[in-house]
Design a protein around this ligand. Structure first.
Ligand SMILES: Cc1ncc(COP(=O)(O)O)c(C=O)c1O
Length: 409
């Protein structure tokens, strides 16, 4: 409350759809990318599932859950272009990444290729399994600004050697919001005998997916970001031929099941121990709710969000006199741009950029500013979601110009 009172300027509010979300009206929320945001109707649907469970927990969790999980998985599989038998639910992309990496066996001297824009948590998981086995992590430097997707292909494929065992690559990068050419990367890697783990934390709902056609060995993606489900909802796709080697993070009842009507992959994934399955169960309602917000459904959602992100990126670049840092073909619903270097040391206890703090505390604008590739250089990363509108980015541009010139907006 104190912070809100201290703000000097008012948020200008979101689009005509903002009322579908319970977002704070005093904040211009331009950071859907970090944790997503779930519409009120979807949260209410989740609460209905929760009440249903608590009415007779044994009946639901023991006897009924399987059918409900199957229904939710079928809807999700259709949405991401996969066969449902190749999809497992996981709570988040971090769990999906760890499930794969900690199931695989690496030998000393094996190489895992990543790039230097990989999300920190994912990179930590890669480093962990590499340290345990003596494998080597080969981190490819990707430039930003970047001229074309070919740069990614050339640099990452050039890092392959006969010892390369796995390629780990973001579908959409976290710090720079770039859509990477994963179709070509997966194909080229497979031609070289290397399987790919795609960190698609930002993929589902952000770009159209066709996971079977992609042919990646492993793809994990969050539903709680761009599909707007409640938090704790994500998928792990594992290609059929590789499923026997992938074990869940929690070994549970499925491990010694004698059932033959379902794969071990599914039996193990579906019961990770007692937990709240409603972020998974509500996926069909979330998909339907979002789809009916615009006449063109999900295609129109993705198109509209992307157009807004491109417009906002252009507007900010013009206002700040910055060249567009990446081609449009690499932009989805996130866009990053370089800001002038930070002056002075980080003053915040968490080391947050003072501009990041000022945007939120003084102006009620939620948007990340972070060091990239290393302090004092830095980026700002915008998101565009249905609840946003152009005026919010125009206000951001005015505020940024004033803050960067040392004046108050
Ligand atoms: C590229 C990437 N990978 C993984 C994650 C982790 O997602 P979660 O915290 O939902 O596990 C994120 C989160 O922003 C991300 O951007």
């Amino acid at each position: 409350m104190e912070q809100v009172k201290a703000r000097e300027s008012r948020a200008c509010g979101g689009s005509e759809l903002v009322g579908r979300w319970g977002l704070d009206p005093q904040v211009d929320y331009l950071n859907h990318g970090s944790f997503g945001a779930c519409p009120t109707a979807v949260l209410e649907a989740q609460a209905r599932w929760q009440r249903r469970i608590e009415r007779e927990p044994v009946q639901f969790l023991h006897r009924e859950i399987e059918g409900h999980l199957d229904r939710a998985r079928e809807a999700l599989a259709q949405f991401v272009g996969a066969r449902s038998e190749n999809i497992a639910f996981v709570p988040n992309a971090t769990a999906g990444i760890n499930t794969v990496l900690r199931s695989l066996r690496f030998e000393a001297g094996d190489e895992i290729v990543v790039n230097d824009q990989e999300y920190n948590a994912t990179r930590n998981a890669v480093d962990f399994v590499a340290q345990q086995s003596g494998a080597r992590v080969v981190a490819v430097a990707l430039p930003f600004p970047i001229a074309s997707p070919e740069v990614v292909l050339e640099r990452m494929l050039a890092a392959f050697t006969p010892r390369t065992k796995l390629l780990v690559v973001d579908h959409i990068t976290s710090p720079t919001g770039l859509v990477l050419p994963i179709e070509r990367l997966v194909r080229e890697a497979r031609e070289r005998g290397v399987e790919t783990l795609v960190d698609g934390a930002h993929g589902p709902g952000h770009v159209a997916l066709a996971l079977e056609a992609l042919g990646a060995a492993y793809y994990t993606g969050n539903c709680h970001k761009w599909m707007c489900t409640p938090k704790g909802s994500a998928l792990l796709y594992v290609r059929r031929d590789l499923q026997p080697r992938i074990r869940p993070l929690a070994i549970s009842h499925g491990a010694n099941s004698r059932r033959t009507d379902r794969s071990l992959f599914r039996l193990e994934a579906d019961w990770p121990g007692t937990h709240d399955p409603t972020p998974w169960l509500v996926i069909p309602e979330a998909l339907e709710h979002l789809a009916q917000l615009l006449p063109g459904g999900w295609d129109e959602i993705r198109r509209r969000n992307r157009e807004l992100a491109l417009w906002a990126r252009q507007h900010l670049c013009t206002a700040l006199g910055v060249a567009l840092p990446a081609p449009e073909s690499m932009i989805g619903c996130l866009a990053a741009l370089p800001l002038p270097d930070r002056v002075g040391p980080a003053s915040e206890p968490l080391g947050l950029d003072p501009l990041h703090v000022a945007l939120y505390e003084r102006h009620g604008i939620e948007i990340p500013v972070f060091p990239w590739p290393a302090p004092p250089r830095r980026l700002i990363r915008l998101s565009a979601q249905l609840y946003n509108r152009r005026e919010q980015y125009e206000r951001l541009a005015r505020v940024l110009r004033a803050e960067l010139s040392g004046a108050r907006a």
